[in-house]
Design a protein around this ligand. Sequence first.
Ligand SMILES: [Zn+2]
Length: 139
Amino acid sequence: MKSNRAPAPAPNNGAFNPNLFRRMLEEKRQELNITLGLLKFDSIASAGRVNEEDQAQMSHDEFISLSRNKQDYQALRLVNEALDRVEAGDYGVCQRCEEPISPRRLEVLPWAKYCVRCQERIAERAQEEDDVPTLTASW
Ligand SMILES: [Zn+2]
């Protein structure tokens, strides 16, 4: 009577539904936009009442948060790319070996663009591929 594993939720009778991931991706994108303050900067800019001093300060803060949030920016880019792939109809396919990425991986990392095997290979050479955030290598 072992039950180490929680019963896995049935993944749509095995049918792969990119729209499910599209929603996750859109929510993630929204979340990242807020985290990164993109929405905030946008509204500051449109308010149009930033004097030069504030602007200098803001650029500095922005610079700080840019480097601090570099990973978030990379994640945002991955999320956008994943959404493009949903549109293009090749979502869930490894961009490197063109094998399907396992749905379980996609549930954890809906923006994953490589299968586990390729991701590991790429992580090994992460130094030459600055395209790979540690975010995706952690799974
Ligand atoms: Zn692959």
